[in-house]
Ligand binder design. Sequence first.
Ligand SMILES: [Mg+2]
Length: 432
Amino acid sequence: MKNPSHFIKDIIVTPIAITDPPLLNCVGVHAPYALRIILQVETEGGVVGVSEIPGNKETEEAILKIKDSLIGLDVFQPNKILQKVAEKLPKTEDNRGGTPWDQRIVVHIFSAMEVACLDILGKELNCRVADLLGGTMREQIPFAAYLFYKFKGAGGVWGYDLDPQAEGWAAARQAEAISTEGIIAQAEAMCQEFGYKSIKLKGGFFPPDKEVPDTLAIYKAFDGQMPMRYDPNAIWSLETGIKWAKEFKGKLEYLEDPVRGQENMSKLRREVDIPLATNMCTTSFSDLPGSMKVHSEDIILSDHHFWGGLRSTMELYKICKTFGRGFSMHSNSHLGISLAAMAHIGAALPIFDHEFDTHYPWQSEDVIVGGKIKIEEGCVTLPSGPGLGVEIDPDALEKLHQNYLACGLTKRDDEAEMQKLDPNWKVVNTRY
Ligand SMILES: [Mg+2]
């Protein structure tokens, strides 16, 4: 049934740069800004749907290149829109690459268009996006504390500058966290501020003889009462993984990507009695047959930006349940539109297995009306409005767009950022 008011009239693509602290990971350190792309899809009927995806000049150019072919398509027919995206862009992206992040262009654009369409559908039908994903099972969506080793500083235009007035989490966000005491202090400040009920430590920068005892020290600091995850982003050899994973027995909720590739994950899984999770070895539908064949992980960490949208994330959830896998969600530095989209997935899941990851507390800005979404008792309350339930603040968007133009970054490159501090630093597949 065609209704011309549902046809796409315009797509506004706005690259932005958001302040990002110097967080460490296996490939280097976050730059002073993280890049995002904000999409606003407007229909002939004047309804605007929004979405947010990781920023990258190539992704932005790809959207602009195919934009005209999407004008006139019906937002109530998202499959046809995704088919058009796939037709217009070369399919060259089976492999996500080895970095902790994923910048496959086609799945990102799928996600950007699908989320914006669902936002419009919700507004047209006066229901929430979670209702379009099967119904709202819960209003409070649990997220996990996400700890990082980091250098001193909060990121931004003055590079690692500090606010001497900062207190509480704002102070912890800019503090150095390298020592065991430093990372425990970060955990305590984050849990105090946001009431989280589980903790993840991003590792992979330091050797396991520091990071594994640190993880166990955090576990001990919370009296063994806080479910813990640890993620060295596949920087360990299989031998290293077997040696160190055993230290975690009975103490981790899960160990995330200790080693690289499905075969190595499967071998490690047979050697150690500890749940393994991934957002690196099983990251697309084409990876699922291999995952099921070798049982490479126990928990799949989805990411709607990388799996092609919210409905495909729900399809992944169903496959996880069918094959006995746990399900949760991965994150990169992001703002409130992505957080709201994740919350709608969390609201719609029939069974909620594990608190979702989010970088959100590391970000100090947002593009949505009302400023940052609150995280209380470790949970985001599902927005009450139709669609995603968030609206863009044009002034905030423009300010962050100006940041993008001024900062000169065109893609994420943690290696280059680290080389400013250590010219000998190099990305490697296996460091330890
Ligand atoms: Mg990970």
